[in-house]
Ligand binder design. Sequence first.
Ligand code: SF4
Length: 401
Amino acid sequence: GQCVLVCPTGALGERDETDRALDYICDPELTTVIQFAPAVRVAFGEEFGMPPGTNVQGHVIAACRKIGVDVVLDTNFAADVVIMEEGIELLERLKAGRKPTFTSCCPAWINFAEIHYPDILPLLSSTKSPQQVLSTLAKTYLPEKLGVPREKIRVISIMPCTAKKDEAVRPQLHMDGGLPETDVVLTTREFARLLRREGIDLKDLEPSEFDNPYMSEFTGAGAIFGTTGGVMEAAVRTIYAVVNGKELEDVELTQLRGFEGVRTATVNLGGPFGDVKVAMCHGLGDTRALVEKVRSGDADFDFIEVMACPGGCVDGGGSLRSKKAYLPLAMARRETIYNVDRTRKVRQSHNNEQVKTLYRDFLDAPNSEKAHKLLHTHYSERSRDMHQTVKEVWDDITMST
Ligand code: SF4
């Protein structure tokens, strides 16, 4: 059977799961669904010798079809859904005087908090990550739309990150009856290996488009999840509109864009909330320092985004990466992501038409009872793993193998 051992640190490493993915794809009884993360489309081309930051979204879609995947979906769509859930959750917490709220979409950060700072777990947003939101909806909402039983669906995700493999096997991210939400996670490197084995060179493919009418549309806000500061920026665009009933005029929060370990900003949300203090941080040292300050009462923030990898997912441990080259590579990839945002017709998650349909037809409203049951999770202390130092844990979960 399938290994459901939960690796406490996310150090499952890069166990090669391309065979399992191919088995699912080749099984005529199954409907295979694939999703790929915001950062994948700007890093994957490099595996095939394309210049850093080339946007290969259309190539990835074409490659998925060529190997026989039935439904190609976009994790960016789920990022938009995450903003709806996390944004409303944040406003509810602010109303109740609970702060700060930490983001929850980076599983390496979640593991780190569970192991080293279990006392802050109640501060973490309960919203699942985009990977898990997409997978859950692919086995609940999509079966209704496609008329396929959920037992026949297998979800494969292509991620920039090895920690996503660990996330997929968390017991709390299984459905009733023990069915995993996400069946297989392939890192970008593994996916490249799979394509090469099948004799596919990404460069030779004619770029294709998404064609699923339910879970593939995304906004600029969903796209910027791939880079540090992006979740925060996307969230502010939506919660501002929820509070004020009109769109934020300047949607680019440039104060949050940069490569420093910690960036902070004050955003005037208006309504009863007034000024809201936000921070984003990435990398071990700065995250640890910021968490310590929150615990000692020396940091006064309402909302904090944490990404384990310096630069965010654009330089995740599952993609081509070199420690020394980190900055130029990450900058090229990030620039492409910002370009995607700038050129999207719709740049706010709440204006995504497919997201609106999802809430109208299926979830009722953000944070509704049904949305809570399906799209939120919980965390648990893992301090028994404290025999590892903070640095060892961090290196395990963020470094490539
Ligand atoms: Fe994975 Fe790194 Fe992104 Fe976290 S920041 S989700 S560890 S790639």
